[in-house]
Design a protein. Structure first.
Lengths: 320, 459
């Protein structure tokens, strides 16, 4: 199970541009620098005897992950090739786990960059089976580097949806199949329409499975999300102070400030509603704006850019 | 001269130019018969029809080109067995899937001929999603002398007609028309990799990565799903269908191969859904040669029944295996195609060549098999004598009246003269598609965008 989880993380990582740079720049630097070999040896806990084998294995793993992520988005990627590469990645990962070198590699990447609580949270979020906590750590840490802030913000401000959990869920719990699954779901309708005499059901099953997965994950990860928020309280804190009222609603409005309000304007006009309060969050935002005053905290613009990132991530998650 | 004229007349309908070189040879063992060049478009499938008179090729641009064999005539003794362009048509167009926001390539994945039942020829061609039945018919006569319309087609005023005449059939220039008769669409979520006409000549199967459907040639709006290996949870997907074929004589039997190197034979009489196989063919893995690439190179890229129906042949990355349908635990024959690549698997994985899908084919009598390799090499194996030969399909080496020299790849140590070292092989020049005439020793080899037709002259 965790093997699947691992693959899924890495595969979908490529869909998120913010992840890709971090992961591969780190990996690349370690790999191709002049003393890369030595570093790898040290980080692998001194597996001196088969260090070249480990190097080869590691480079094969890196190569495979790159291949999985470089989806040709114009034409549908070759499913057979993706399956074979994913199987190879699983195979390498299983072997590395048995070797015990997986643990060492994980630690190498984690040196001093992550607080224990964050790592714990990441693990919780990633793992379905609690036993093999070690394996997903590597990728969970990497995937969250540099992007944790946005995710946590999303999580807290939309806690009813548990967005960051959803993000991690979508990323992690679905394997390579995620790339395939989205396509699959969308074609369900045409499938059902056209093949009358043939076996129906695959389409229906897909839908149900997809929904079940999401629900399960939201339940599991809600606890970990709360822990998340504490460690990222600083970012969240700015929202509270700025808006002057705590709670998710105002943060929610803040969140939607970047959404193009003209659509809603039109909608309102068409329905003939003239009164200001019915404009909803956008009107409220306008009224809030003066209350913000000068960016004393120096963070509103940051929050806005964060929210842009957030919207982008939201779109990907929701699949719109 | 006649040949050139024939080609010219086809040019008008083609956006590209054919280059034809008739290179006959009197010298054994293999002579170059014709080379056809289809510029800018990679040939993606090659198939002879049941009589061998017609040869169809499909390319990446969705076009189908059909070649016809010249009838032997006393006037031109040297033109015996030449293939000339017979018909060209655009089979598939690029499409856009609006639900997934993805392009659907127009590349022709497979062409399969139907047995000829009347003067017209029928073939099935497929791209990733849609299968089409094409009718190719000749017209060499036209009616002249209509009463109600002029020669140029304009209607005549009925009141102006004073006499009646009977229209007469007059000969005209041969015109070959291709028209789509059936379109079998919307039945495949994944990419179609195989089609196969059943021996009952009424049904055919189409296989994509996860499902196989059975169609009736007359019915386009529904098909029966007979194999479905899609897991309920796509996370658990580890195996896909790579090829499928109907048995040549038993219309209830078909096989399909997988990316894990297994072949399943199914009997449609057993159940409506053939998820449970009747026979399972897999060779146990050699533990000493296990590597991270073991699974990838064991993935079967093509499966073909022998003409007799007793054997089947599978092609994986490095070898061709012949299986007896009565023995499931191992193949009866294994031929190494390019074993020297085994040490290069990592590089081939890096440049994606390890995922190349080579095809294989039997000769008419099932005594020989042929498959392609890199550097425009193709290999033929004689099953009886166990001899094998490596030949190259290239313009430079196909001079008129020169026999094809057997090629050899140097695997290590000292390179002999005329040998090629593994490192100087061109992995961009790959022969994936080959076809063997059903009755004679004529082979068609597709090398990227060139089609080579070779003939074994036994004089």
């Amino acid at each position: 199970m965790s093997a699947c989880t691992l693959v899924s993380v890495s595969t979908v990582l490529g869909c998120h541009s913010c992840f890709r740079v971090d992961m591969f720049s780190k990996g690349t630097k370690r790999k191709f620098s002049d003393d890369g070999g030595e570093m790898s040896d040290e980080s692998l806990g001194g597996a001196n005897v088969s260090s070249s084998y480990n190097l080869q294995r590691q480079s094969l793993l890196d190569m495979s992950l790159i291949k999985l992520q470089l989806c040709h988005m114009l034409v549908e990627p070759n499913l057979c090739r993706s399956v074979l590469i994913a199987n190879t990645v699983r195979q390498i990962q299983e072997e590395m786990t048995h070797d015990g070198s997986w643990q060492a590699v994980t630690e190498a990447f984690c040196n001093g960059s992550q607080s224990p609580s964050e790592r714990l949270v990441a693990t919780e979020v990633l793992c379905r089976s609690r036993e093999q906590d070690a394996e997903p750590k590597l990728f969970s840490v990497i995937s969250y580097e540099g992007c944790r802030e946005e995710e946590v913000v999303a999580d807290e401000t939309l806690c009813s949806v548990s967005v960051s959990d959803a993000a991690s869920n979508v990323c992690l719990s679905e394997s390579v199949g995620h790339c395939w699954e989205t396509g699959e779901l969308r074609v369900v309708e045409s499938d059902e329409e056209t093949s009358e005499g043939s076996r129906l059901g695959p389409g229906d099953d897909d839908d149900d499975d997809e929904d079940d997965e999401d629900e399960d994950e939201v339940d599991e990860e809600e606890e970990s999300s709360r822990e998340d928020s504490k460690s990222m309280g600083q970012v969240f804190g700015t929202f509270e102070i700025k808006n002057g009222s705590s709670g998710p609603d105002s943060a929610l409005e803040e969140l939607f400030s970047d959404v193009d309000a003209s659509y809603y304007d039109l909608d309102t006009m068409l329905t003939g509603i003239q009164s200001a309060p019915k404009m909803g969050p956008y009107d409220l935002l306008d009224s809030l704006a003066p209350s913000h005053g000068p960016p004393s905290l120096g963070s509103p613009s940051n929050c806005r850019s964060d929210l842009n990132e957030l919207d982008h991530i939201m779109e990907i998650i929701v699949g719109s | 001269m006649l040949t050139l004229v024939r080609i010219q007349s086809c040019l008008a309908s083609m956006p590209y130019i054919y280059f034809v070189a008739n290179l006959l040879t009197e010298i054994l063992p293999c002579g170059v018969l014709c080379i056809f060049c289809i510029p800018a478009d990679i040939i993606s499938t090659v198939e002879f029809n049941y009589s061998g008179e017609l040869l169809a090729t499909g390319d990446k641009g969705g076009r189908v080109v059909i070649f016809q064999r010249e009838q032997e005539s006393k006037n031109r003794p040297l033109s015996r067995g030449e293939y000339n362009v017979y018909s060209t048509f655009q089979s598939h167009e690029p499409e856009f899937d609006y639900l997934k926001s993805l392009e659907i390539e127009e590349k022709i994945n497979k062409i399969r001929w139907l047995p000829q039942q009347n003067a017209a020829h029928f073939l099935l061609s497929t791209n990733d999603k849609t299968i089409k039945l094409w009718k190719i018919s000749e017209r060499d006569k036209r009616a002249e002398g209509y009463n109600l319309k002029d020669e140029d087609g304009r209607l005549r005023d009925p009141f102006r007609i004073t006499t009646l005449r009977v229209p007469v059939l007059m000969p005209m220039d041969l015109m070959v028309e291709a028209s789509p008769r059936r379109i079998f669409a919307n039945a495949h979520t994944y990419h179609i990799n195989s089609i196969s006409v059943n021996s009952d000549h009424e049904t055919y199967l189409s296989a994509d990565d996860l499902r196989i459907n059975l169609w009736h040639l007359e019915i386009t709006d529904r098909s029966f799903n007979i194999v479905d290996i899609k897991p309920a949870n796509m996370e658990e997907l580890t195996e896909v269908i790579t090829a499928a074929e109907c048995h040549p004589h038993q219309c209830n039997v078909f096989v399909y191969s997988s990316s894990k190197g297994t072949i399943r034979l199914c009997d449609m009489r057993a159940a409506a859904l053939c998820d449970r196989h009747s026979k399972f063919f897999e060779e146990p893995e050699d533990p000493s040669s296990r590597s991270f690439f073991s699974e990838i190179i064991s993935s079967i890229s093509d499966v073909k029944f022998s003409h007799s129906g007793r054997y089947m042949m599978t092609r994986d990355y490095l070898s061709v295996k012949v299986w007896d349908l009565n023995m499931e635990n191992r193949p009866v024959e294994t031929y190494q195609v390019h074993e020297y690549l085994r040490s290069k698997l990592c590089s081939l994985y890096e440049n994606d060549c390890i995922f190349d899908k080579f095809e294989c084919c039997w000769n008419g009598s099932d005594s020989a098999i042929m498959t392609g390799s890199y550097n425009n090499f193709f290999r033929m194996f004689d099953r009886n004598t166990r001899r094998d030969i490596t030949l190259e399909a290239s313009r430079e080496n196909s001079k008129p009246r020169a026999m094809l020299k057997p090629r050899k790849v140097c695997t290590g140590g000292k390179r002999k003269k005329d040998e090629i070292s593994v490192d100087s092989l061109d992995f961009n020049k790959k022969i994936l598609h080959t076809a063997w005439h059903p009755k004679e020793n004529v082979i068609a080899v597709a090398a990227t965008n060139n089609l080579y037709i070779f003939q074994d002259k036994i004089n």
